[in-house]
Structures are given as C-alpha cells and as structure tokens.
Design a protein around this ligand. Sequence first.
Ligand code: DC
Length: 278
Amino acid sequence: MITIAIDGHSSCGKSTMAKNLAKELGYVYIDTGAMYRSVTYYAMQNGMIDAEGKINTERLLADMPNIKISFKFNPETGRPDTYLNGECVENKIRTLEVSNHVSPIATLGFVREAMVAQQREMGKAKGVILDGRDIGTTVFPNAELKIFVTASAEVRAQRRYDELTARGDNANFQDILENVLQRDHIDRVEDFVLAREAVLALQVVAEGGVVAVHPLAGVLDGAPGQAIQGDDVVRHLVQGHTASQGGVAVQDHDHILDGGGDGALLGELQLRRPVGSR
Ligand code: DC
C-alpha cells in the first residue's frame, strides 16, 4: 500500500481519475477540494459570508474546531460521499454558488491548517489517494507516487458545464469559464508551480475528455510530450510498485539508488523501467 498524491487544476478530471483508481485498487479516496467546499458551505449556511462575498473570518476561525469532514462510501454510486458534521453534503457543495465562494475560503491560513491536519489523520494508514493542490508538496511530501494534472481553461469549463447539465442544473458556459479563470487567479498559483515541480517525470493533461499522460523526461515509452492514456499509465505505475512487473516500476528512493539503472527522479520518487524491459 502506498500514498498517491494527485495535484493540479480544478475540473480537469483528476478526481474522476482518483475515484476510478481508488475503486480498482481498493484504496480510500480523499477529495480535498470537497473539504474546502464543505467549509465554504458551512460558512454560507451560518451567515459568515455577506452579499459582497466578505467573509467573517473571526467567526469562522472560532468555529473551526466544530467543522468535521468525513467521507463515506456510497454503494449506490460506488463512490464516497462528503459529510459535514454527519450530514451528507455531496450535492450541496457542488453548486456554482459554492464554487464562487470557495477560493477565498481556501486561501485562509487557519482553514488550510485545519484541513491539512484532518487529511493527514485520514491518510495515516496509507492505501489512500488524495487529490488537491498541495498534496505532494505539503500534505504528504513523502507520497510514493505524485501526479500533476492540468488542462486548458476551456476544456475545464466544458467538463464542469457537462457535469452540471448532466445533473439537470442550469448552466451557462460563459459563466463557468469566467469562474474557472477567476479561481485560477485566486487559487494560489505558487501551489501549482510547486506541485508541478515535485513531479518531474509525469504530467497528466485532460484533452477533449481524454486524460493523457505526457512524459516530461521521456522515462515512459514515448517521446516527451507524446500522449499516453492516463488511467492506464497510472494503474501500471501503481501495479509496478507492488508487483514490480510491466513496463514501468515505481520504487522507493533508496531501493532504486541501490539498483542503479535508468532511473529518473520524480520528486521523492524514482521511476524507471524494470531491468530487461526495454
Ligand atoms: O478541486 P475543487 O474545484 O473541488 O476545489 C475547490 C477549491 O478548493 C478550489 O478553489 C481550490 C481549493 N483547494 C485547495 O486550495 N487545496 C486543495 N488541496 C484542494 C482544493
């Protein structure tokens, strides 16, 4: 069992990828974006955000110890639902209203501190997949596998538009695109830079609904920049770690240094082909 960190921009398919992988591997999926959304929903419900969007940080700070977020597997959907103090808020936190308020909430230091502490607690036992912005850098810097996912603002807006309309919500593409661009602006840009740097070898890009992996350093088969089906590669990576078979093995730092070979540094992680698999 390892810890898998998936960082990147919102609405580019990283949570779908994480959920599918968790189901397949029997890992626990922790959606950290849902946690920041839940805090936002809590603040909205308790009148801590005024009509201009101003947050009453004093009241929110005082209430932080009373905000407990958990995830429960839903056998009907095959995915975990988000709970806020025991109430299922899975749908309530996905509205455009919550999306519009979440970025400033997620930039508050005391909110981040509380959420990171809850995430570390949940991930203590390993066998977890977390997705967010700061997982491979702050929450679990020793995660054995770190992945960075991104896509253009238009592709991400389209994904969110499709999600909302599939649920029967009224959605306007321009409004959503604006929300995506605005959140990119407010979300801490340095997080993305750091997260991307923590992952030297792999970049996952959502393109027209397909999540593709672009090897940055040519450690996977295929030239840098050439797309490979994302889920397959990640599955391969995880299996490689545990079974040491297939085209790519993911091994821990010390082990790979001992083994030598054509390892490429991937943050704290080394990626290489197993001997004889060329
Ligand atoms: O991925 P998402 O759209 O559900 O994320 C919601 C918000 O939470 C987004 O504005 C960025 C923020 N976020 C964060 O700051 N750190 C994380 N680890 C995850 C999300």
